[in-house]
Design a protein around this ligand. Structure first.
Ligand code: GLA
Length: 384
């Protein structure tokens, strides 16, 4: 038993005085490159990390649902009728939202309630998709116990639907896809329009590199505010350019976009269009083992998010600048922005000194102490 499985088994027994039927595990993610491109039908390159949500579940004979977690041991009670009405709140919106989304697609599939216990070592609110990890763990578990035989792309779509409708965050499909399609030592190259996936070997380990993540502890919210606003600007830009999604534009269309769009909308569009191109260039660079080129694309992506998409914050910029000054191969903020994490690809021996340098910079500026740690590309959601 892994640590996560033992603690969730223990919690399950304490809460429900019975044994779980099984255990399932789904990871969080970092995004290497391709930010705010997913809901524009574009390209992303995340990987599943070695931090995950582990759940224990047992199907019941009746329609009751009980939920508990290591971060809030109080048992939440619900039932299938409440799920149908989309009557849920707090963290239970993630597992119950997935239950609802499965029922929406397969109306007769969910006939019984269940008892569920959740444990996770994906930091919450850090932009590492702790919510997608819960969603995908519950989705693979229900798929297994109900014998639905859902494909990986269907599981991701169900998670996104839960996030959009049950949680109310207008996010794309990247996080759930990374969590289900992840593979050891590889990134998930995803076409967010077709959901075609290719696992791209990273070879960081063989090259003596590690990916350092720095959680800035600046909290972000994607259900409200900047994220929604950026998404609307992209939709406005696409409509004005006469395309279904910004994915349908290339860098050759940018001069025309500049004449048609106001300055802010233009810069939002410029970020997305150039970011899509950077993802494709990154995949080519990684396939040819050109990690220097990939690092340069990471750096360029950060500049585009900072100046054109305007989703960075001083803490994220400081991590990136400190990493670059220390000779990182590449560095950028990752995830939706307005806080959360930055990443730096660095020689293994440089990770600790860089983490120490970042801590010093934050202390000097009087910012909340950040949390640096390395992550390893890992396998996606599965039964344990
Ligand atoms: C959040 C969302 C994703 C994606 C990123 C930005 O993580 O959940 O769907 O839009 O922001 O790339």
């Amino acid at each position: 038993m892994t640590a996560g499985t033992a603690s969730v088994a223990d919690l399950f027994r304490r809460a429900y005085s019975t044994e779980p039927q099984g255990f399932w595990r789904a990871p969080g993610r970092v995004n290497l490159i391709g930010e705010h491109t997913d809901y524009n039908d574009g390209f992303v390159l995340p990987f599943a990390i070695d931090r995950a949500t582990t759940i224990a579940l047992r199907v019941r004979d009746d329609d009751r649902i009980r939920l508990t977690s290591t971060f809030d041991e109080q048992v939440v009670e619900s039932d299938l009728a409440a799920v149908d009405r989309r009557d849920f709140a707090g963290w239970s919106a993630y597992p119950l939202g997935v239950t609802w989304a499965i029922g929406e697609r397969h109306p007769d599939a969910v006939r019984h309630g269940f008892d569920l216990a959740v444990d996770s070592d994906v930091p919450v609110g850090a932009g590492l998709s702790s919510s997608a990890a819960i969603e995908m763990a519950v989705a693979v578990a229900l798929d297994d116990v109900l014998g639905l035989g859902l494909g990986r792309a269907d599981l991701a779509r169900i998670g996104q639907r839960a996030e959009n409708i049950a949680v109310g965050a207008p996010t794309g499909i990247m996080d759930q896809s990374a969590s289900v399609f992840g593979e050891r030592d590889a990134a998930v190259f995803l076409d967010c329009r077709s959901l075609a996936v290719e696992q791209v070997p990273l070879g960081f380990d063989a090259a003596g590199l590690v990916l350092l993540v720095v959680d800035t502890k600046v909290e972000h919210q994607h259900a409200t505010g900047g994220y929604r606003d950026r998404r609307e600007a992209c939709e406005r830009g696409a409509a004005a350019m006469g395309v279904a999604a910004l994915r349908d534009l290339s860098v050759d269309d940018l001069p025309r976009a500049r004449t048609l769009l106001d300055d802010v909308t233009y810069r939002r569009v410029q970020h997305v269009v150039t970011e899509d191109a950077r993802v494709l260039d990154s995949v080519a660079a990684l396939k040819s083992g050109d990690l220097r080129r990939f690092g340069a694309l990471m750096d360029a992506s950060h500049v585009s998010m900072r100046d054109d998409f305007e989703i960075s914050v001083p803490q994220l910029d400081a991590v990136v600048e400190t990493a670059q000054a220390a000779g990182a191969v590449g560095a950028r903020m990752t995830g939706g922005g307005f806080g959360g994490c930055a990443i730096a690809l660095v020689p293994a021996a440089d990770a600790e000194p860089l983490a120490a340098a970042v801590l010093r910079v934050f202390a000097e500026r009087g910012w909340h102490e950040p949390v640096p740690f390395t992550v390893v590309p890992s396998d996606g959601a599965r039964a344990v």
